[in-house]
Design a protein around this ligand. Structure first.
Ligand code: 2HA
Ligand code: ZN
Length: 271
């Protein structure tokens, strides 16, 4: 059996949480990540027949039975993951009843997965239904994206369009746009269901006055989506109170999308 601390997926979780913390996106216990792992790969590091304990899920995740995730812990700080991954992270398998998880590693202090795990698993199910290669769901509180929530209309088309105008590469990076939910109580199955519904259409979902969800095939892709939104939101917040002299026009966005061959939300442009 190989040493779990040398597993690439553990290293990716350590590095990503540390990066996100340093970018100021995950204060205190803010944010959470879940990463769908390859069962065979996990089997190289852990005895898959050894269940440390079971943890109840509180909703039906039947489509994910047998799937294994590495996930951040509830109440845990991104700041601390790198130094102590075994306490701050856990590897769980969705049990045969679809309502329970089996802990295979981690949450060493008796902890459990993030309170947003329902939103994550529902989002995984939604993304997998449109993209079988989706593996990562990431939530955080990026500063400028959040600031923009207070001064910009929370309308999907308008919010996406404003961000597309802020950096040339935006329409190429997230041509599918950004879904937006109004403020809702977090940690609940209802916000999970609403997020998952949006995730059928978008890889990015803003939670009004709270933060953002991203989903992707890899850790880099997912991180890069949120990073690009945050950069654009920063440009917006640095310029929103100043007279606008120049902008990226809709015809130029079309030119970009066509040149880079991305399928963009045509209804999000004003042509
Ligand atoms: O897990 O960010 O939305 C902490 C949060 C809740
Ligand atoms: Zn949050």
């Amino acid at each position: 059996m190989k040493d779990i601390f040398t597993a690439l997926f553990v290293e990716e979780m350590r590095k990503t949480t540390a990066n996100m913390y340093r970018l100021g996106w995950d204060e205190r216990n803010g944010g959470n990540i879940s990463y769908l792992l390859d069962t065979e790969e996990v089997g190289e590091y852990l005895d898959l027949n050894h269940v440390i304990r079971t943890i109840s899920l509180g909703f039906d995740a039947t489509p994910l039975i047998g799937k294994i995730f590495i996930v951040t812990g509830t109440g845990k700080y991104f700041k601390n993951v790198d130094a102590d991954p075994e306490t701050n992270l856990g590897i769980v398998r969705i049990a045969a009843d679809g309502h329970t998880t089996e802990l295979l590693w981690g949450f060493k202090d008796g902890g459990k997965f993030t309170s947003e795990f329902p939103a994550h698993l529902m989002s995984h199910m939604a993304r997998l239904s449109v993209d079988p290669d989706n593996r990562v769901v990431m939530h955080c509180h990026p500063t400028y994206t959040l600031a923009m929530n207070y001064v910009h209309e929370l309308d999907e088309k308008k919010f996406t369009h404003t961000l597309w105008e802020m950096c040339t590469e935006c329409i190429v990076v997230f041509p599918d746009g950004i879904g937006v939910l109004p403020w809702m109580l977090c940690g609940t199955n209802s916000i999970g269901e609403a997020t998952a519904e949006k995730m059928k259409e978008f890889r990015l979902v803003v939670w009004g006055m709270h933060g953002i969800y991203g989903a992707g095939k890899t850790m880099d892709e997912t991180f890069g989506l949120i990073e690009t939104v945050e950069k654009a939101a920063q440009i917006y917040m640095l310029t929103a109170h100043l007279p606008r002299i120049n902008t990226i026009r809709d015809e130029q966005m079309v030119e970009l999308a066509e040149y880079f061959g991305v399928n963009y939300r045509k209804d999000f442009l004003n042509l």
